[in-house]
Design a protein around this ligand. Structure first.
Ligand SMILES: *Cc1c(COP(=O)(O)O)cnc(C)c1O
Length: 407
């Protein structure tokens, strides 16, 4: 397939990736999203904006992040070569800062004074609060009361960084209500505020904009792999929640002979409510302002979803992934909770890297791929570090002593 024209053809000017994407907005938000789109279209071509973002990435974020050859892990599996793109070494510990710094810089250029967002597990909230502090902007994070109780360390981080955490007390008091609450605040305040979506999701231009801000992952890994080995990797894999780290990991390779694999969370199994594998078990439909694959219940509402990795439990997926799926350019497979935990311990024990449980899904798949391709090479994106997950893992799975060093 020829992807040399891909970035000119997609998305369409109104934000469609084939039949997916678009912007389904309540009338009171149409003007606000048009303003964001116009501003982004103007600055994404501006050398001044691009240079400023590059400087921030180098001096504040710690980019480029390393590409690391997992020698011991690879040898344990045979003759394959597994590489990790170390997004866990980004300042604040995950790839999310890539798009939050972009969104913060956009807000600054638009003359906005405040960033508004919702957060579920709190990872997006922490990254956005970090960006807001850097740019000297106010930050308002809407979070369900149930999530606030579960995610105390992230709530503390947001508050130390100066963000206002707005507790949402309606409905089930989780992510869905937090989205509604954040949108309502934005509709009231959009003249001096900007809404910041945490993945390649939501109405146009966010799927495009967040993918562009994450593009550096694959752009760097491609150049780094070429420099280290003189050729391209056989495969690149990343975990898929909303799909931002995967979109950023894959986009630079679309026109290369490189296999691309997104890994969705299979959770405890394939029954509705047991997983969050939207592409594998979902159907096309609309929610949260855009069209994509999604998991729905019998009434057509967003289905309950589950994964051991809270950053992956979203009932839909970015619209560009839906297009890549239909074009056959990217394959979307799954890894279960149990496989993710196994990968979590193996990477910790054999390489000295504790990965986030989200990232562990990609690493689990890379190990499966490696066994099937004895002389192949694969890059897995390590989207974040696992410090946030250690208490949960130890409580439910112990310290992983069954993985003790035996050579
Ligand atoms: C939020 C998060 C994810 C999932 O988000 P995507 O948009 O699918 O990338 C994955 N890994 C980590 C560490 C996260 O914090």
């Amino acid at each position: 397939m020829d992807f040399s024209r891909y970035f000119r053809d997609y998305p369409s000017p109104d934000g469609f990736f084939g039949p997916y994407g678009g912007a389904e907005l309540p009338p009171e938000l149409e003007a606000a999203f048009k303003e964001i789109n116009d501003a982004y279209q103007a600055i994404c071509q501006s050398a001044h904006f691009i240079n400023e973002l590059r400087r921030i990435r180098r001096e504040f974020q710690g980019r480029p992040t390393p590409l690391y050859h997992c020698d011991r892990l690879s040898r344990k599996l045979g003759n394959c070569q597994i590489y990790l793109k170390r997004e866990d070494l980004n300042h604040s510990g995950a790839h999310k800062l890539n798009h939050c710094m972009g969104e913060g810089l956009l807000a600054k250029y638009m003359g906005k004074k405040r960033l508004i967002a919702e957060t579920g597990a709190g990872q997006h909230g922490v990254a956005l609060a970090t960006a807001a502090a850097y740019f000297g902007l106010k930050c308002e994070i809407h979070m369900g009361e149930v999530d606030i109780a579960k995610q105390a360390p992230n709530v503390t981080r947001m508050k130390i960084l100066g963000a206002e955490v707005v507790p949402v007390k309606i409905g089930l008091r989780t992510l869905k209500e937090a989205v509604d609450s954040a949108f309502a605040s934005y509709a009231k305040n959009y003249r001096d505020s900007i809404y910041c979506i945490g993945s390649v999701l939501g109405p146009h231009p966010f799927p495009l904009m967040v993918r562009d801000f994450q593009f550096c992952i694959g752009e760097e890994s491609r150049a780094q792999f070429l420099e280290m080995t003189g050729h391209l990797p056989d495969a690149v894999t990343a975990c898929v929640g909303g799909g931002s780290n995967a979109a950023g990991s894959f986009a630079a390779y679309l026109n290369d002979p490189v296999e691309l694999i997104g890994v969705e969370p299979l959770g405890r199994g394939s029954g509705l409510g047991e997983h969050a594998a939207s592409m594998n078990y979902g159907t096309p439909g609309s929610m949260h302002g855009f069209r994509s694959y999604m998991l729905k219940d019998e009434n057509g509402n967003p289905a309950p979803v589950y994964s051991i990795a809270s950053g992956l439990d979203y009932p839909s997926v970015g619209p560009e992934h839906a297009l890549w799926h239909d074009l056959g350019r990217v394959r979307y497979l799954t890894a279960s909770d149990a496989e993710a935990v196994d990968a979590f311990f193996k990477l910790s024990r054999y390489e000295g890297i504790i990965p986030a449980l989200e990232s562990s899904h990609a690493i689990a798949y890379a190990m499966r791929w490696a066994k099937e391709h004895p002389y192949g090479s694969i890059i897995a994106t390590c989207s974040g570090r696992g410090d946030k997950d250690i208490d949960y893992v130890v409580e439910h799975y112990g310290y992983g002593d069954e993985y003790a060093f035996r050579d």
